[in-house]
Design a binder for this molecule. Structure first.
Ligand code: SAM
Length: 349
C-alpha cells in the first residue's frame, strides 16, 4: 500500500469549515504536494463553542479564527511592519547563532513546521540539515500545498507533506513520524505563537510535542520576551492600522462560521499590555450600542463592551525555561539578542 493511501485510511478528511477555506495559492510551483487532513473535527461542537464564547459576559473568540485567506495575508503584512519587531529580531538571532543552533539539531530530520503559515522560515534550515522530510502543519488548509512546495523548492532531497489540523484540540502526528522511524523529528514553532496559549494550554501542547520525540528529536521555537510597555503595545497597534484590520477581520470569519451579523466597522481595535499577567490582550471594543445575531440567538453589546480575541504572553528566558521543564523538556539551550527582546530555544526530552 502506498504511503498516501495508508495515511488517508487512518485519518479522516476534515470537512472544510469556513475558517479553513481559502484558495490554494497557485504560485506556479510545479509538483503537487500531498496535503492530508488530520483529526476529526466536530464542526457542530466547534461552532457551539464559538457561539458560547460570544454569548459569555466577557465575550471571547479563539485566535485560530483569525486565519482565513484575508487573515493570513494580513498577518504576512504585519510581519513586514516596523513596529512588529518579532520577525526581525528572531531572524537576527537565527543569523547570528545559526551554526550553534544547527549543532543542537539532528542531521537529516523530519522537519515539522507547526503553524507553518507561509512557511518562509523553514527552507534555510531544511537545506542546512538536509531534512529528509518537510511537514507543514496548519489549520489554514487552503495555503498548505503552496507553503509546502515553497519550503522544499530548492532542495529536491526532501519529501514534502502538508497536514491540515487544529492542534489546539489535539496533536497526533505519531503515525506520520513513524513512517520514517529512523529519522528524529524537529518541531519548529517560531514567531512566538506559543504565546497565544494560556500557560496550562501551552504546557499541554509542548508536552504533546515532547511525546512525539524519539532519541535525538528536538523542539525548536521562538519566544517573545517581556519588555517595556511602549514597544509591546506599538507592536500590536501599528500606525498603518494593519493589525486593526487583522483583528476586525475575525468578525467576518465569525459571521461565516457562526452565521452571525457582526459589522466589523462598529468595532475598535485595542491592544493593551497587562504587566501582571505578562501578556498583550487584544480586544475588539464596541464603538456604539448594538444588537448582534449569532446563529439563532441575539446579544446586545453596549458601547465600550469588548470581545477578547488574542493573548500574546511574554516570557523571561528563565520563566520559559521553567515552562519547558514543566512540559518535560530538559536539554534546553537558549539564544537571545543584545536587548533581550526575544529568545530562541532548542529543547529535548
Ligand atoms: C502567527 S502565524 C505564524 C506563521 C509562521 N509560523 C511564522 O512564524 O511566521 C500562526 C499560524 O498558525 C496557524 N494556526 C493558528 N492556530 C492554529 C491551530 N489551532 N492549529 C493549527 N494551526 C494553527 C495559523 O493558521 C497561522 O498560519
Amino acid at each position: 500500500m502506498d504511503r498516501e493511501a495508508n495515511l488517508m485510511e487512518r485519518n479522516e478528511e476534515i470537512p472544510a469549515s469556513a475558517y479553513s477555506q481559502h484558495e490554494t495559492a497557485s504560485a506556479g510551483f510545479a509538483p503537487p504536494v500531498r496535503v492530508v487532513a488530520f483529526g476529526k473535527v466536530d464542526e457542530d461542537a466547534e461552532r457551539a463553542r464559538l457561539v458560547q464564547g460570544l454569548l459569555r459576559r466577557h465575550a471571547t473568540i479563539e485566535p485560530k479564527y483569525f486565519y482565513d485567506a484575508r487573515g493570513c495575508a494580513l498577518y504576512e503584512r504585519i510581519c513586514t511592519l516596523p513596529e512588529y519587531y518579532l520577525p526581525t529580531v528572531e531572524r537576527g538571532i537565527f543569523a547570528r547563532y545559526r551554526e550553534a543552533i544547527l549543532r543542537e539539531l539532528p542531521h537529516a530530520p523530519q522537519w515539522i513546521d507547526l503553524g507553518c503559515g507561509d512557511g518562509r522560515k523553514s527552507p534555510d534550515w531544511v537545506r542546512a540539515l538536509k531534512a529528509r522530510r518537510y511537514v507543514g502543519v496548519d489549520i489554514a488548509r487552503g495555503a498548505l500545498s503552496a507553503t509546502v512546495a515553497r519550503a522544499i523548492r530548492d532542495y529536491d532531497e526532501t519529501e514534502a507533506l502538508g497536514i491540515a489540523c487544529d492542534f489546539s484540540r489535539s496533536l497526533d502526528l505519531r503515525a506520520v513520524i513513524a513512517e520514517m522511524a529512523d529519522r528524529p523529528a524537529v518541531f519548529f514553532y517560531p514567531g512566538s505563537s506559543i504565546g497565544n496559549f494560556p500557560e496550562p494550554e501551552a504546557v499541554a501542547l509542548l508536552r504533546s510535542v515532547g511525546d512525539h520525540l524519539t532519541p535525538g528529536g528536538r523542539l525548536f521555537l521562538g519566544v517573545d520576551l517581556v519588555k517595556d510597555r511602549g514597544a509591546l503595545e506599538a507592536a500590536y497597534a501599528d500606525a498603518q492600522g494593519v493589525t486593526a484590520a487583522f483583528n476586525r477581520n475575525v468578525l467576518a470569519v465569525v459571521n461565516r462560521v457562526a452565521d452571525a451579523d457582526f459589522v466589523p466597522d462598529r468595532w475598535e481595535h485595542q491592544a493593551v499590555f497587562d504587566a501582571r499577567a505578562a501578556r498583550i490582550e487584544m480586544r475588539l471594543v464596541a464603538r456604539e450600542n448594538q444588537r448582534v445575531r449569532i446563529g439563532d440567538q441575539r446579544r446586545g453589546f453596549a458601547r465600550g463592551d469588548s470581545i477578547l480575541t488574542e493573548y500574546s504572553h511574554k516570557y523571561t528566558i528563565e520563566g520559559f525555561g521553567a515552562l519547558l521543564a514543566s512540559a518535560g523538556f530538559h536539554r534546553v539551550r537558549a539564544w537571545t539578542d543584545d536587548r533581550r527582546w526575544y529568545a530562541v530555544f532548542v529543547a529535548g526530552v
